[in-house]
Every structure is written in structure tokens, then in C-alpha cells.
Design a binder for this molecule. Structure first.
Ligand code: NDP
Length: 506
């Protein structure tokens, strides 16, 4: 494993331009192997303080409450953001209600579409700014925020803009109606993308929104609020209330909210479901997962290893559908694990703004502690831990990519969602055993299957109890493709025609 903050890279930039220098000359062999390629953070202007985005304006919290957001790669404070209290939630819901009744609800779908297209184009135009801000606030590598989060967020607005004037042809009856005011609570792992997943379908269907981003990653949601303003979105259609868990609870519980959409932990999802029982509010929950990534002995090993790496180390493993349990057929287990180890040794951990970085920072101290605790439980329960040699930066929250072998199904690291760069490897002998082990989890969000045989893919995917099954690939997302789980992974779908159903009264 390579450390991203390579001091040798700095040395090479010394000396006058174009001037040959003994110091700059590469020594034979490895001296050219790495130079940092940092994305400039100058494209982003971070204000010292941010207000709530309420009724089309930025405004302080009524009680003056504030929270600090930090860069998890350096622990440097980035900004202070308002912490919305009950009075702010009242104001936001009232603004959303007025906008729903007077402007957005009655507006023809073709007109609503124009705003969504405008937001999508602005996201594209300002994509570098969004990518840098996302990496600073979240800790994810710039190549992921630049190539995945931001383009997909724009794609969600483009896709749903296309539906806004065609809802009567979407299979929900001749004149589907919006639900009303949507209260939406999102987590920190894909801050902008989750905001897009929530807002785009709701707005396309004619609803208005009160969105609560996660406490540790509020900045791109606030920049998206600025984009909504720039796009001329009528006041009150989108309201962004920053704050902590209590703010989320106040949004969810507010009697003026007609529909709740939540993405986050299963524990909080259960709490929300209990709170909403009997209220008549619509609810969709996108919760945790413990996905099996199943590799058969006829799978192309190189491709499978790339899929395993992408499945669990993408976004530091902070992915609800992460392939955190590798189920590999016993006859090829040693070969696959060997190849995986050598691939992991080439990954680069470090500065999220370096375009070479593969593994960025863990989002918060709290999440780092959770990953450490569960990994220690893996040691204590007898699994064998391996990480590539890797020097972690001195400051910030970091955890090396980690593989546990010798894992049995009863181990906590095989049962609980770690939500970090930690893979548990289990083996199986027959396809039936693979199915039994893959389904031995309370979750049901996603799974992967790697095999040369199409018939086996179909056989297995019919038996895996997961909302999404990827075949010979992993972590593929498209706004047209519905995503969601069942059992303790929640219910309801996001994306595609199915995702619109949550925001329409047919
Ligand atoms: P939470 O479920 O606590 O947070 C998700 C969102 O809900 C955040 O905006 C949070 O606010 C808010 N929230 C917290 N408590 C309440 C409440 N009582 N009512 C309404 N909203 C609430 O997840 P965490 O961030 O604490 O992560 C804990 C674990 O959850 C992770 O380790 C991971 O296992 C899992 N997780 C799963 C995700 C997924 O995509 N399925 C995403 C994130 C986490 P705030 O951030 O301010 O606390």
C-alpha cells in the first residue's frame, strides 16, 4: 500500500522550471513511481458561517444554535452551520406547504421540468466546485466525488426532469397527484447524491421538500440550496435545515409533513417507523446492509478481484450496499485472497484531494471508533486480520483497508454492518451453501455474483433475498434503475419509475 502524502513528490517540484538539476533527476528504478496530483481547493469558497435555507433565503436558526463541520482528513474546522430547532422546522414546513399549495403543486409538469433541468445543468457547470467541497467535508477521494457522486447527482435531476410532464403515462393511473410536503433525512456517506435521490423525484412529482442533511456533511446540501436559488426555484419549494439527530426527528415528527423519506441506520429507521405508526404519513426507509459478494470457481479472477475491491473499499466502505461479506468457493479461495492482497498493496491511501488517492478518510471520529471496535471484535473472536503495509497520516480519521479471513457466520464482523473498509471472507462448497450463507443476515439490500455461467447467475439471483443483485459487476447505479431493500434494509425504492411511486397518490 502506498501513502499518498509522499514527501519525495514535494522534492521533485523544487528548482527553477526547465532547469536540469541533479536533485530532480530520477534515480534508476523507482524514483518516478509517484508524484501527488492535488486538485486545487481554490475553486471553493467556504464561508465561516452558514444559515438555514428557508423559504428561498439563508437565515440563522431562530435560537441561534450552531454546529461545526470539520475536514475529516485533517480535523481542520471548515465552517459553522446553523442548527435548526423546532421553530425553524415549523417555519420550513409552513414555507413548503405554502409553496406546494400556491405554486409548485398547481404548476404544469412541463414547467416543473424546466427547473429540474436547470438544476441539473448547474450541477454540471459547477461540478468541480461540488466535487472539491464534497471531498473536503466528507473525506472521500476526489476521483470518486468527481467521477461518481456529482455526475450521478446531476443525472438524477436530468432523469426526473424527463418524468415531470409524463406522470400520467407512468402507470400510476390517469392523473396521479403529488403527496404534499416531503420531510427527507439523509446520511453522510453520499451527501450530495443522497440529496439528489430525495429531491429530484419529489420535485418532479410536484411535492415540496424539507431536507435535513447529516450533521458531519452539511456543505454540499447548502451549495445545492444555492443552486436551487440560482435556478430561480420558487421560494419554499426546497428548504434545507442543517442540524443533528434532533432536527431530523423534528422534521419526521412534524404534523405538517405528509411523507417521510429516510436513509441511514436501521436503528434510527426502526425508531422512525415506530414514531410514524398510526399517523397516516407515507414512509420509505433505505437502511443498512451486509451484502454477500459471491465468487464461484469459474469466475474470471482478475475481474472478480476488481469487483471485490470496488464492492468494499469504494468510499472507504461507507456504502449501505457494500459487499462486506466475500463468499468465495473453497477451491479458489486461497488464489482469490492472494490476488486480492496483492491488489490491495497497490492502493493509495491519503489526501482526498490528490487525484491518485484510492482510499480517503473515515468520515468522523465516531465512525472510526465503531470500525475499530468491530475489527477488534474480529480479532477477539478468532478471525485473522490482514492489511497491506500502510502509513496512516498523523492527523485526521484513518483506517487501512482490512481483510479478515477465517471468519465464521457467528462472528460479529460477519453479522453487523461495519460501514468501513473492512472485508470478511467466508467460503462455501456448493451453490446451495452459498445461498444459505448469503441469506443468513437480517438485512436484504444487495448482493453480487461472479461466475462464467449465465444460468447460475439467474439461479442464484432468484434465491438471494436482496433488493439489488449485481452480476459480474458491483456498485453500479443509474437513475433509471430502482434501488432499495427489504427486511431490515428497509422498504420502498429510489430511482426509476418505481421510485416515483413514493411521491405520488395514484
Ligand atoms: P443515522 O441513522 O444516525 O443518521 C442518518 C441521518 O438521520 C442523519 O441525518 C442523522 O442526523 C439523522 N438522525 C439521527 N437520529 C435521528 C432521529 N432520531 N430521527 C430522525 N433523524 C435522525 O446514522 P449515523 O450517521 O449515526 O451512522 C450510524 C450507522 O448507520 C453507520 O455506522 C452505518 O452502519 C449506518 N448508516 C447507514 C447508511 C445507509 O446508507 N444505509 C448511511 C449512514 C449510516 P445526524 O447526522 O445529525 O446524526
Amino acid at each position: 500500500m502506498q501513502a499518498g502524502n509522499d514527501a519525495r513528490g514535494e522534492d521533485r517540484t523544487r528548482g527553477a522550471a526547465n532547469e536540469p538539476s541533479a536533485e530532480l533527476a530520477p534515480a534508476a528504478g523507482t524514483d518516478w513511481e509517484y508524484a501527488p496530483a492535488p486538485e486545487s481547493r481554490d475553486i471553493v469558497t467556504i464561508a465561516p458561517e452558514y444559515g438555514l435555507f428557508l423559504n428561498g433565503e439563508f437565515t440563522p436558526a431562530a435560537d441561534g444554535g450552531e454546529l461545526e463541520t470539520v475536514n475529516p482528513a485533517t480535523e481542520e474546522p471548515l465552517a459553522r452551520v446553523a442548527e435548526a430547532g423546532p421553530a425553524d422546522v415549523d417555519r420550513a414546513v409552513a414555507a413548503a406547504r405554502a409553496a406546494y399549495e400556491q405554486v409548485w403543486g398547481p404548476m404544469p409538469g412541463a414547467e416543473r421540468a424546466k427547473y429540474l433541468y436547470r438544476i441539473a445543468r448547474l450541477l454540471q457547470e459547477r461540478s468541480r466546485e461540488f466535487a472539491v467541497l464534497e471531498s473536503l467535508d466528507n473525506g472521500k477521494p476526489i476521483k470518486e466525488s468527481r467521477d461518481v457522486d456529482i455526475p450521478l447527482a446531476a443525472a438524477h435531476f436530468f432523469y426526473h426532469a424527463g418524468w415531470a410532464d409524463k406522470l400520467e403515462h407512468a402507470g400510476f393511473g390517469p392523473s396521479p397527484r403529488p403527496v404534499g410536503v416531503a420531510g427527507q433525512v439523509i446520511p453522510w456517506n453520499f451527501p450530495l447524491l443522497m440529496a439528489a435521490w430525495k429531491l429530484a423525484p419529489a420535485l418532479a412529482a410536484g411535492n415540496t421538500c424539507v431536507l435535513k442533511p447529516a450533521e458531519t456533511t452539511p456543505l454540499t446540501a447548502l451549495l445545492l440550496a444555492e443552486v436551487c436559488h440560482q435556478a430561480g426555484l420558487p421560494p419554499g419549494v426546497v428548504n434545507v435545515l442543517t442540524g443533528a439527530g434532533e432536527t431530523g426527528a423534528a422534521v419526521v415528527e412534524h404534523p405538517g409533513v405528509d411523507k417521510v423519506a429516510f436513509t441511514g441506520s436501521t436503528e434510527v429507521g426502526k425508531q422512525i417507523r415506530r414514531t410514524l405508526a398510526g399517523t397516516g404519513k407515507r414512509l420509505t426507509l433505505e437502511l443498512g446492509g451486509k451484502a454477500a459478494n459471491v465468487v464461484f470457481d469459474d469466475a474470471p479472477v482478475e475481474a472478480a478481484v476488481e469487483g471485490i475491491v470496488n464492492g468494499i473499499f469504494f468510499n472507504q466502505g461507507h456504502v449501505c450496499c457494500a459487499g462486506s461479506r466475500l463468499l468465495v468457493q473453497e477451491s479458489v479461495a486461497d488464489a482469490v485472497v492472494d490476488r486480492l492482497r496483492s491488489r490491495l498493496s497497490t492502493l493509495r491511501l491519503g489526501d482526498p484531494l490528490d487525484k491518485n488517492t484510492d482510499i480517503g478518510a473515515i468520515n468522523s471520529r465516531q465512525q472510526l471508533d465503531k470500525i475499530r471496535d468491530l475489527s477488534d471484535a474480529g480479532d477477539a473472536e478468532g478471525a485473522e486480520r490482514w492489511s497491506p503495509p500502510c502509513q496512516l497520516p498523523d492527523r485526521g480519521y484513518w483506517f487501512p483497508p482490512t481483510v479478515f479471513t477465517g471468519v465464521s457466520q457467528s462472528h460479529r464482523i460477519a453479522r453487523e454492518e461495519i460501514f468501513g473498509p473492512v472485508l470478511s471472507v467466508l467460503t462455501f462448497r456448493t451453490p446451495e451453501e452459498a445461498v444459505t450463507k448469503a441469506n443468513n443476515t437480517p438485512y436484504g439490500l444487495s448482493a453480487g455474483v461472479w461466475t462464467d455461467k449465465g444460468s447460475r447467475i439467474l439461479w442464484l439471483s432468484q434465491r438471494l433475498r436482496a433488493g439489488v443483485v449485481w452480476a459480474n459487476t458491483y456498485n453500479r447505479f443509474d437513475p433509471a434503475s430502482p434501488f432499495g431493500g427489504y427486511r431490515e434494509s428497509g422498504f420502498g425504492r429510489e430511482g426509476g419509475r418505481h421510485g416515483l411511486a413514493a411521491y405520488l397518490d395514484a
